[in-house]
Design a protein around this ligand. Sequence first.
Ligand code: NAP
Ligand code: F7E
Length: 375
Amino acid sequence: MKKALITGVTGQDGSYLTEILVEKGYEVHGIIRRSSSFNTARIDHLYANKEILNKKMFLHYGDLVDTSNLNRLLEKIEPDEIYNLAAQSHVKVSFEVPDYTAQVDALGTLRFLDAIREVGLKKVKFYQASTSELFGKVQEIPQSEKTPFYPRSPYGVAKLYGYWIIVNYREAYNIFACNGILFNHESPRRGETFVTRKITRAAARIVTGLQKNLLLGNLDAKRDWGFAPEYCEGMWRILQHEKADDFLLATGETHTVREFTEKTFAELGIEIEWRGGAEKEKGLIKKIDLEKAKSLINHSGNYKNYHFEFSSEVKKGDEIVGVDPNYYRPTEVELLIGNPAKAEKELGWKAKTKFEELVRLMIKSDMDKVLRRGY
Ligand code: NAP
Ligand code: F7E
């Protein structure tokens, strides 16, 4: 039985990767942080499963800023594969906490690589969660593994250090260390402050009367959005490649935040009309089609005979989207679109879920949560 160690196991990707590796027969060890409130919601279903907890999945307290803790865990677990997913992962927040972001995202990677050397794990394979944010102010369209980097945030710069320290330790010490340069990947488990989930969650709350409107920042930023579980499977494939190397995972399509918003509301039968510009721009309800919303909800199978109605507060002409400049970033990444040709050819990996399907599965999940739990 192979042993994997995952940092960031409580995050979006960590939770999917744990499921994938358990399914493949791995013994999975996850590092969790101490928190003043519960932070294990994404892995609670695994935790509650008696066949999995302490049989196939083991949890350990730790933190990427604690060197002695990492050394002890590596000595105790002796993993075959390490997936370093832990990070202060929010780009906007990294402008507020740049030092901490560097401590975790840059030096955390170094601490881990050094712990591998210290403990003498010669055969271990190491996956580093690198990111399309390395491309920042893009030097080429679309971006590939060969495109020069130009990060635009403390997060991007910290991850750039992580990227290069992986390459350096691979070359200097022959460690099997790989970068996965992953473009944005989303899911129903995406954190609620990232834009996709913020939109689908707000839309579900607006049509049910729990929230009045949705305030966003830059509506015209473009992203290459894929589906997270597919990208986590790609991480595993990267470590199974015969030679340690760096790979880019993306869909090859790009869409604006505005399109994501329009598509989300369209799934609920709401057509948006945009008025005004820049900070004064507003999204108003142009048309409402209740049957469309009903078909989305009933399609999930959970609400076959459920009589869904829009909240009485939702009417034609309502301003349901607005712009709040507080969500702008001091330096923005305007356009990302990846070329995944190398991963497709050498790993046989391909993004299957494209934009429309991604939006649909996320809004369906948030409608389900609102109707089931009323959150
Ligand atoms: P996420 O949901 O924000 O999860 C981050 C994880 O890191 C959480 O488990 C968090 O723990 C943990 N963490 C944060 N600081 C830590 C520290 N000091 N020590 C130990 N653990 C710490 O992120 P994600 O979307 O799953 O992304 C996974 C990784 O891929 C991250 O490194 C991210 O930067 C990178 N990435 C993500 C994307 C994307 O589109 N999702 C794309 C490219 C790269 P808590 O649960 O306790 O907060
Ligand atoms: O922003 C714009 C925002 O925060 C996407 C992380 O997983 O992917 C993620 O980073 C775009 C940006 O993701 C709001 O300005 C508009 O242009 O969802 P996001 P991100 O910054 O792309 C990369 C690959 C990672 O590596 C990161 O870890 O949307 N935007 N209005 C907004 N963004 C947010 N969060 N909130 C808004 O209200």
